[in-house]
Ligand binder design. Structure first.
Ligand code: 6PG
Length: 475
């Protein structure tokens, strides 16, 4: 019973996480359904720390100190349930099962409840940062009971990435809260990448720049307020040349973006919660559209505009459009976390989420420290757009944001992320929205009623009887 923690499922993520524990001095039990992976881990990396390999679940569980802490690193879905069913009967009350996969938060809620009834803690944990993050310090988003976090938290905080000495790991909230936050993280990741792609496309098609020139633009942007992991790797990918053809890599890759589902879940959940996450939705839809090869093939005959090219000095404007749209996407994502937290009673600290995303994860960025500061200044700010410093930046960016959106439309470059984010900005700041007209139409065709700006109550107008006063229907 020497192992402080165990990892079952030794794919790349599981293996690297186990190595991270071992490198931090924790004796770590390791187990995999097929033994070859366990053996390979010991052979290749056994010298990095104290690994306790186990052939069977029974031996694995027996090697763990109590309360046992077991991290499950298998493909989200049915495999997770299968592993839980295998291990749960071997555990004792107080033991802790951690799911480090990209599970849907509703599944995590179900699993947590079932295991709680058996006295076992279930900790649904978001882990971001890919293979390298798992090994060198990921961003970790654990949900579940506070009691479980007391045992687990210090170890996770130890192996997490650090920014200014602060770990990129914090208790998120009960049951599905951790996986919910990870889901929204991924939704924001989709939006971030879509906006980067639009900036690239606008510069490529609009301003006629080459991938290598655009790589240089991104390199410069990465020294400013856009500094982030995704902008950094955009430079690398755009600079890359295909070995076989010598062409830019981006020109030989099939332009159909794939997805495993977390971005889609973010939007589906937002629809249920009634939170407008239009920037994230556009990113998910843009990936779907790219995959509709048949539709795209048939539609290729549609004419585009015949317009002039853009100046390459336009890159500065594109930076503003990208930045402003990014602020909108993050504001929408944080609103979704706020709404999920209220719906499920999770009491999530939004500033803490920005804090643990500053390092380790895919969306890590200098910018997240600003979001942390915004929530520190006003934990109840209803939208990040209203935070004084973001509001100021958006107002300064808006001329360029509008110009780029118009220029993209004029040149026939699709920029749904830029334009929907701008529409969101304009809708939120509007004095009056045409929603009033929609209410009128609803009342006309279905007596769906409306409220007035000048009086309390719910009303219906007798549209077929002109002159007849409206009726108050709520008394
Ligand atoms: C992370 C990533 C990761 C996710 C990939 C792929 O935080 O490390 O979000 O968890 O699996 O980004 O997602 P898609 O295949 O859906 O693009």
């Amino acid at each position: 019973e020497r192992a402080v923690i165990g990892v079952t499922g030794l794919g790349v993520m599981g293996r690297n996480l186990a190595r991270n524990f071992a490198r931090h001095g924790y004796p770590v039990a390791v187990h995999n359904r097929t033994e070859a992976k366990t053996k390979a881990l010991i052979e290749q990396f056994g010298a990095e720390g104290e690994f306790l390999p186990a052939e069977t679940p029974e031996a694995f569980v027996a090697s763990l100190a109590r309360p046992r802490k077991i991290v499950i690193m298998v493909k989200a879905g049915a495999s997770t349930d299968a592993v839980i069913e295998e291990f749960a009967p071997l555990l004792e009350p107080g033991d802790i099962l951690v799911d480090g996969g990209n599970a849907h938060f509703a599944d995590t809620r179900r699993r947590e409840k079932a295991l709680r009834e058996r006295g076992v803690h279930f900790v649904g944990t978001g882990i971001s940062g890919g293979e390298q993050g798992a090994l060198e310090g990921p961003s970790i988003m654990p949900g579940g009971s506070r009691e479980a976090y007391e045992h687990l938290g210090p170890i996770l905080e130890d192996i997490a990435a650090k920014v200014d000495g602060v770990p990129c790991c914090a208790y998120v909230g009960p049951d599905g809260a951790g996986h919910f936050v990870k889901m929204v993280h991924n939704g924001i990741e989709y939006a971030d990448m879509q906006l980067i792609a639009e900036a690239y496309d606008t510069l490529r098609q609009g301003a006629g720049m080459s991938p290598a020139q655009i790589a240089e633009v991104f390199r410069v942007w990465n020294t400013g307020r856009l500094e982030s992991y995704l902008i950094e790797i955009t430079t690398v990918v755009l600079s890359h040349r295909d070995a076989a053809t010598g062409k830019p890599f981006v020109d030989v890759v099939l332009d159909q973006a794939e997805q495993k589902g977390t971005g889609r879940w973010t939007v589906q959940t937002a629809l249920d919660l009634g939170v407008p996450v239009s920037g994230i939705a556009e990113a998910v839809f843009a990936r779907s559209l790219s995959g509709h090869a048949g539709m795209r093939e048939e539609a290729r005959v549609l004419p585009g505009p015949s317009g002039d090219g853009l100046e390459s000095s336009f890159a500065d404007d594109v930076e503003q459009a990208l930045y402003a749209s990014k602020v909108v996407a993050y504001a929408q994502g944080f609103n979704e976390i706020q709404a999920g937290s209220a719906e499920y009673g999770w009491d999530i600290d939004l500033g803490a989420m920005a804090t643990i995303w500053r390092g380790g994860c895919i969306i890590r960025a200098r910018f997240l420290d600003r979001i942390r500061a915004a929530y520190e200044a006003d934990p109840g700010v209803p939208t990040l757009l209203a935070d004084a410093s973001f509001a100021d930046e958006l107002s300064r960016a808006q001329r360029a944001w509008r110009d780029v959106t118009v220029a993209a439309a004029r040149r026939g470059v699709p920029a749904p992320g830029f334009s929907s984010s701008l529409a969101y900005y304009d809708a939120l700041r509007a004095e009056r929205l045409p929603a009033a007209l929609i209410q009128g139409l609803r009342d006309y065709f279905g007596a769906h009623t409306y409220r007035r700006v000048d009086r309390d109550g719910v009303y219906h107008t007798w549209w077929e009887l002109p002159g007849q006063p409206e009726t108050r229907v709520d008394v």
